[in-house]
Design a protein around this ligand. Structure first.
Ligand code: FUL
Length: 478
């Protein structure tokens, strides 16, 4: 009798250990394949360029003569080469900023490069940049401001239709695929003193119709969201899910702290994009040539954006020649070299991996270490506190822990802890956090460990992790 009771207790546990469970079901809001590809780009370059580059203003008022735009040696290939060498995967250009000036010959506007003397009115920055992006293997994106301080139709329904034609003249394929459409929510007065009531469904629908794979940025998505500040800081808690129903870009946006953190279990997949400039301003000006952010500052931004489940969009504004200024480009090369050094060697490689309960070979814990974001360790369904332990053949010394969730099936982890076993065999708490998402980088004190244990204390659904790696950063000093 006793034996039978023991068996009945043990059997479910034994079968839980040995039986394979199937592929985990998706949970909650899911990214589209384009959003997954977008987030895996990690770092892209923002380029603010236009009449403001020449006037020294941050916001032109729309009265600037077209001839104000006169780059003396425009070289979009230099931008693309710099971006590629810095490790960016794409470039987003301010095709039209709030002053209304179009960097391409927009037939819908009388305030464009075609009305300027630059290249005898035959220049087209979008053409040159999209070609250069293709040449250097980068994706091409555009910022097109709905706020227009030049267009006399601004402030009337006719403007919305004109804006759609403007979008069409960029997105209809003449410049190739556009990976991201950046919509600024700003809605100030136009030349007649009126404000526009933007038709967001019409604008978003136009982008979706012409470039179905473009991720649409705005304060409220739908493709990705503003992170809520321009300092380069994503939330320590950073959900890619957001409730956007009833919200719109600009004044109708969700509250700032919601933009920063997202909504746990939010209804739509709208990950945070962290936009920040390498200089104090968005546009180049000579007076800021000695205020380019330091390497340490850029590393901090990297850890607090890419390392917090966000994409980093770093603005690097070209100068009046039409080239990226030497200080900025050297700083980018320092950043690349630093990141390459920091992340050169994954110290977790070669560890033995053990999880509390297995789910079957296809989801075995060793997949955490294979460097492939599309294979993952899945905990067992119903395991209340899944745990994975890495045992190292010999002690390793590290101060960065990189965790990656398998996001195509939804963002899940809500609370976790990491402990390290020291050389004397003692387990010590090392780090803890809330969300993980596509990539979470934990900065810890430099630690030497025989083993490392990750415990997932709370998760919206069975956790799925595609990566766990360790690095020793000897460059960034917190
Ligand atoms: C803001 C704009 O008003 C700034 O000029 C800049 O373009 C920034 C990226 O977005 O809303």
């Amino acid at each position: 009798m006793k034996m039978l009771r023991l068996l009945s207790l043990l059997l479910p546990a034994l079968s839980a250990l040995s039986c394979a469970q199937g592929t985990p079901a998706p949970y909650g809001a899911l990214p589209t394949p384009a959003q997954v590809a977008w987030q895996r780009m990690e770092m892209n370059m923002f380029v603010h360029f236009g009449p403001n580059t020449f006037s020294g203003k941050e916001w032109g008022d729309g009265t600037e003569p077209e001839d104000m735009f006169h780059p003396t040696a425009l070289d979009c290939r230099q931008w693309a080469r710099t971006a590629r060498d810095a490790g960016f995967r794409g470039i987003i250009l301010t095709a039209k900023h709030h002053d209304g000036f179009c960097l391409w010959p927009n037939p819908e506007s009388a305030h464009t490069v075609a009305q300027s003397r630059w290249r005898d009115g035959r220049g087209d920055v979008l053409r040159e940049l999209s070609d250069a992006c293709r040449e250097y293997g980068l994706k091409f994106g555009v910022y097109i401001s709905p706020w227009d301080r030049n267009d006399p139709r601004y402030g009337s329904p006719a403007y919305n239709d004109a804006f759609v034609k403007t979008l069409e003249s960029v997105l209809d394929g003449r410049y190739g695929p556009v990976y991201e459409q950046w919509f600024d929510g700003a809605c100030g007065e136009g030349p007649t003193g009126r404000r526009q009531v933007y038709d967001w469904p019409l604008f978003n629908g136009t982008v979706a119709r012409l470039q179905p794979d473009a991720v649409i940025f705005s304060d409220a998505g739908p493709g990705c969201r503003w992170v809520g500040n321009e300092r380069g800081v994503a939330g320590e808690t950073s959900w890619s899910t957001l409730n956007i129903e009833g919200f719109s870009a600009g004044a109708g946006a969700p509250p700032i702290d919601t933009l920063t953190r997202g909504n746990v279990g939010g209804a739509a997949w709208v990950p945070a994009e962290t936009d920040v400039s390498i200089r104090p301003g968005w546009f180049w000006r000579a007076s800021e040539n000695d205020r380019v952010k330091s390497l340490q500052h850029l590393l901090k931004i990297y850890y607090e954006s890419v390392g917090r489940n966000s994409l980093l969009l770093l603005n690097v504004p070209p100068d009046t020649c039409g080239r990226i200024f030497a200080t900025d480009s050297l700083r980018l090369m320092e950043l690349r070299a630093a990141l390459d050094t920091i992340f050169a060697e994954d110290l977790a490689a070669g560890a033995r991996v053990h999880a509390t309960a297995r789910r079957g070979r296809a989801f075995r814990p060793a997949l955490l270490l294979d460097g492939d974001p599309d294979t993952y360790w899945a905990a067992r369904e119903g395991d209340p506190a899944p745990e994975v332990t890495l045992s190292f053949p010999s002690p390793v010394t590290f101060n960065r822990i990189v965790l990656q969730e398998y996001i195509p099936l939804g963002q899940r982890i809500a609370s976790f802890r990491v402990e390290a076993q020291d050389e004397a065999g003692e387990w010590n708490a090392l780090a803890s956090g809330t969300t993980v998402g596509c990539k979470r980088i934990l900065l810890t004190p430099r630690t030497t460990a025989r083993a490392l244990r990750l415990r997932i204390d709370a998760s919206l659904a069975t956790p799925l992790l595609s990566g766990l790696s360790l690095y020793d950063d000897r460059i960034y000093a917190e």
